[in-house]
Design a binder for this molecule. Structure first.
Ligand code: GDP
Ligand code: MG
Length: 166
């Protein structure tokens, strides 16, 4: 099984940290080049039975320029071509305008969207359900996976869930 997965989310939710946690020692491709294409390959996760190519998808943020609008459209086009989208959110911060904007954009895309709730190490376990509720009111997510990208908590589960969509 193999396929492409896009990671989206506002700055500082932990996209890079999650990538580092997933790829670990298994880095096949890691590019620090400026984004010259609409999707930068961030890393390839390979095991005996699956290969997941993770794409960093920049450009999904509010804009008030023609160029900005174009970048959002371009990013959305890229999101149509992947097997799954990981929408990362930070459970230690309020659901904000940046999150809402991305969620609104994701509604236009016909790709399964995972709600990946990151930084669970920073909140009490009982705080999680109300947070899931809040996000789920905004969109019907295909899967909901709470993780700690930093500690690696539940990341294996995330990879297994992704495997079902490859
Ligand atoms: P990005 O902008 O989405 O790529 O976010 P980064 O991966 O750069 O992470 C932003 C900050 O959040 C960094 O200081 C990370 O160490 C921190 N961070 C990321 N994941 C976690 C997590 O699961 N738990 C905690 N406590 N901090 C995290
Ligand atoms: Mg980053």
């Amino acid at each position: 099984k193999s396929g492409f997965v896009a990671i989206v989310g506002r700055p500082n939710v932990g996209k890079s940290t999650l990538m580092n946690q997933v790829i670990g020692q298994k880095i096949a491709i890691m590019s620090d080049k400026p984004q010259t294409t609409r999707n930068k390959i961030h890393g390839v996760y390979t095991t005996e039975d699956k290969q997941i190519v993770f794409l960093d998808t920049p450009g999904i943020h509010k804009s008030n320029s023609k160029l900005g609008d174009f970048m959002v459209k371009s990013a959305l086009g890229a999101l149509e071509e992947v097997e799954a989208i990981l929408f990362l959110a930070d459970v230690s911060e309020e659901l904000g305008g940046g999150d809402r904007f991305i969620i609104e954009q994701l509604k236009k895309v016909n790709t399964p969207v995972f709600l990946v709730l990151n930084k669970i190490d920073k909140v009490q376990p009982e705080a999680l359900l109300p947070i899931i509720d809040k996000y789920s009111k905004l969109h019907t997510f295909t899967e909901v996976v709470p993780v700690s990208a930093r500690d690696g908590n539940n990341v294996t589960t995330l990879l297994e869930q992704i495997g079902r969509y490859l």
